[in-house]
Design a protein around this ligand. Sequence first.
Ligand code: FAD
Length: 432
Amino acid sequence: MTYLESEQREVRRCRDETHAVLETDVCIVGGGIGGIYAALASASLGRRVVLADGAAQLGGLTYNANIGSFCGFYSNGPDREGCRPLTRLFAEEMFADLEKMGSAFPRYSSRTLVVPYYDLGFLRWAEHKMQALGVRVLLGCLVSGVCREGRRLTEVQFLSRYGPVSVRAASFVDASGDAALAWAADLPCQVSAADVLGSQVFVMGGIDCTDPPTTEEINLRAAEVGRQYGLERLKGVFFYMPVHGGLLSVNMTHVPTPLDPVAASEVTMTGKDLTDRVAAFLRQEFPRHFGRGEVVKYGETGIRQTRSVAAVHRLKTEEILEGTVFPDRIARCAWPIELHNESAGYVWHTFSDDHVHYIPLASLLSPELDNYAAAGRCIDADTAALSSVRVMGPCAATGTAAAYALALAGSGSVHEIDIARLQQQLAPNLQD
Ligand SMILES: Cc1cc2nc3c(=O)[nH]c(=O)nc-3n(C[C@H](O)[C@H](O)[C@H](O)COP(=O)(O)OP(=O)(O)OC[C@H]3O[C@@H](n4cnc5c(N)ncnc54)[C@H](O)[C@@H]3O)c2cc1C
């Protein structure tokens, strides 16, 4: 056939047409860091995995919101060598691979080891992993409903631009960030009484990365002259990435993150207006390094904390401060309480070098379901506690723990698994 002979063929929607139904062992909703680690862990146990996300790309905030740095994977310490890895399962491999790819740039900062990363490198790493492990990835698929039989979910329904698709599974991980699966299943959920702000983060290109200004220097200048540029937030976070001649991830705005589709869409534009003011401030006040800087990527609205599942146990701030060692602990972290609840700055409560706090399995489990576990930033914690355990290290660790716990439960109840066995599997994330 030549192009001259090509013709259109008439098609019409058939209302009775059956839609695709996938059968699998575990269905994970949300392809951010929590969901990706849940998929890595589930697939490594030989389980068949469907990983579904409403966005057009994998990666959640880690890729789509320009977060720019992996935090919460290491303990605090007096220097780089003194920071112990707290989340190791799949993370050691990820960091090694990203460093090999030239996409990870670990550095000692805020008394711990943080790992700034190039987001494209991370995305491709995650995609290659999913392909290699045979994880079936569904993108552009938003949860539209669930089927539930007694204490078990049996199916999640999704809507996509190409029509509906359903996934039937033995177990389900809610790594949606907003507890979207719990919400669709009519499970009790919780939101913070006071607003927790998100951020529109942007990437600046065309910068000079030699001996660049530190975060402290930029924040000092912002405190002096930021208001003249219309800046509302005067304390930012900046990560340099030595790729493409030098990129800077700039996190210096605060925006509301409502769970309302109309208001949430509006923030995607007002947030960018705020970042443009930050870019003007950086260009003007630091001409040697940023004078020729351009915004090269805005990204999605960065959402910190919205809706969580109401689980068997709500992790409390006191338990974080005291480092409570729960009998059913499944993850740990030493990241500060980092609560963004005011427009100009944020609460930053740091911990000593020997401090570690733990997350119990009970903060992932719904009292109403036997085959559901939350992971990532929608686990159950009070507002300040969540502001610590929502960084990527513990999100990755809860994803791993949710996967292992559900695999141990099999067709039984995740509430009745052998915790000692689970902790044995999770030992690299629980012991030094
Ligand atoms: C501005 C900002 C800066 C931050 N800085 C850092 C930092 O420097 N270091 C760090 O470690 N952490 C940082 N964090 C925290 C961290 O990035 C997030 O808490 C973490 O990435 C959350 O991962 P997650 O997998 O739980 O959720 P997400 O990354 O939010 O992933 C959830 C996924 O679920 C999908 N989803 C949601 N609803 C549905 C639905 N109904 N149907 C289908 N799919 C759905 C979404 O599309 C998304 O891909 C920052 C957060 C913000 C907002």
